[in-house]
Design a protein around this ligand. Structure first.
Ligand SMILES: [Ca+2]
Ligand SMILES: [Ca+2]
Ligand SMILES: [Ca+2]
Ligand SMILES: [Ca+2]
Length: 430
């Protein structure tokens, strides 16, 4: 391994085009992370060069602070000319002029024909260097890159990645819930049509509810397929153990096809609530157009994750159990297009008309047809298939109607029945 790295360094000393500038920037410029979380540093390569940007290669040191970060390994290295990754070295010479970054690892690519990187598709992500934030480290640290050799006039520029490390959350939760609108019983999974149609927003959509969080997700997580593919954004709330109404903390997250709620940024199925002390809290799971649920009792939450699975029949919920029954699983009922915590199909404030008016008033529905299909990420898309549809196959109304007609207390099977959600109102939001 050492031999290859030495070879790489030697070969990089060969002629480089005069005035070439090799540039490394991190895929993410900065991140807020907590103790124990995994950080990926992905160097992105560009070049400013007179001769089509072709080089003999690139040798990088990735510098880090060993008091803050544990080096985990390197994966997904750009293949052309890649050399085996070196072991962790002590930065005695302080190549990056940052005394706090006391270690480095070497990544190197070499091409004796000086055709590197062998592609003109720049910028190029060179790989992923993985670290874990050490327990107990709180503060700011940097991942910096320096070049092993920039011989013969080639210049090197790099931008560090900034990590702001916070204390590990004192409250962690593993939460699960299934959304009826998206649930496909033959699969036992929810559909991810919003994601696969590119409709799922990168930022949390609950600002309209007065939620001011700045959660965002990543292109990599939105590219996930299979049972862990993201279905939609949900809102998780911690409420006061005294009444279940007083909101104490909120977090927007993504729910996966199998119902696991994941951190939108890291993809972890453990949700941490920064700045919340361990203790007893009611836990709510809410969605844009489904009735929300609250835990039956205040749960004891601590740094060790507490599990709450609303999809299990054995999991009790607060108030009347309004969950939809599908075989052995339980679902958050869909249909609350105007999010007033009620499902109404006829009369004042009904959800059916929200869907109808959304379809009829869209400017592209020139003929004002009731069977118009409106593509997009809208609360009126009650089955989360990426389109709002009032009548016809896969319309957004039938499940809403069924939830009302089949409600256990709707003894007269009336379309005017109002199905009240069981989630108690908190503050200004229903
Ligand atoms: Ca250093
Ligand atoms: Ca999962
Ligand atoms: Ca409603
Ligand atoms: Ca739909």
């Amino acid at each position: 391994m050492k031999h290859s790295v030495s070879l790489a360094i030697a070969l990089l000393s060969l002629a480089m085009p005069v005035d070439a500038t090799q540039i490394i920037t991190p895929a993410e410029a900065s991140r807020v992370v907590s103790s124990g979380s995994v950080v990926t540093f992905a160097p992105v390569y560009r070049v400013l060069a007179p001769e089509q940007g072709l080089e003999t290669g690139l040798g990088l040191r990735v510098h880090f602070n060993a008091s803050a970060l544990q080096f985990n390994g390197v994966s997904g290295l750009f293949a052309y000319g890649v050399q085996p990754a070196g072991e962790v070295m002590v930065d005695t010479e302080d190549f990056d002029a940052d005394a706090t970054t006391d270690r480095y690892v070497i990544l190197a690519w070499v091409d004796v024909m000086a055709q590197w990187p062998g592609t003109d598709e720049l910028p190029l992500t060179l790989g992923a260097v993985s670290f874990e934030v050490k327990n107990g480290f709180v503060g700011t640290t940097y991942l910096r890159t320096t070049a092993i050799d920039t011989a013969d006039g080639a210049a090197f520029q790099s931008t560090p990645m900034q990590l702001d490390c916070t204390a590990a959350p004192q409250v962690a939760l593993k939460l699960k819930g299934l959304l009826q609108g998206a649930y496909v019983s033959v699969d036992g999974l929810m559909r991810d049509s919003l994601r696969s149609n590119g409709l799922l927003p990168m930022s949390q959509p609950y600002s309209a509810w007065g939620y001011a969080g700045n959660e965002t997700t990543t292109a990599a997580l939105l590219a996930t397929t299979g049972a862990d593919a993201p279905v939609d954004w949900v809102l998780v709330e911690l409420r006061d153990k005294a009444d279940g109404k007083t909101l104490l903390a909120s977090k927007a997250a993504l729910v996966q096809r199998d119902g696991d709620v994941m951190d939108a940024t890291t993809g972890s199925n453990t949700l941490g609530f920064a700045g919340v002390a361990a203790g007893n809290y009611y836990v709510a799971l809410r969605h844009r157009n489904h009735l929300g649920l609250l835990s039956a009792t205040a749960l004891s939450l601590s740094a060790t994750p507490t599990t709450l699975d609303f999809s299990q029949a054995t999991t009790q919920v607060y108030g009347k159990d309004v969950r939809s029954v599908q075989g052995s699983v339980r679902l958050l009922p869909t249909g609350d297009a105007n999010h007033d915590n009620k499902l109404i199909a006829g009369g004042l404030n009904n959800d059916k008309n929200i869907v109808l008016s959304k379809v009829l008033t869209d400017p592209s529905n020139l003929d004002i047809r009731t069977n118009f299909q409106l593509q997009g990420y809208y609360d009126s898309d009650l089955n989360l298939d990426g389109k709002t549809l009032y009548v016809g196959l896969d319309n957004d109304i039938n499940t809403l109607l069924a939830n009302i007609l089949l409600a256990p207390d709707n003894t007269t099977t009336s379309t005017n029945y109002i199905l009240l959600g069981s989630l108690p109102a908190s503050g200004s939001t229903p």
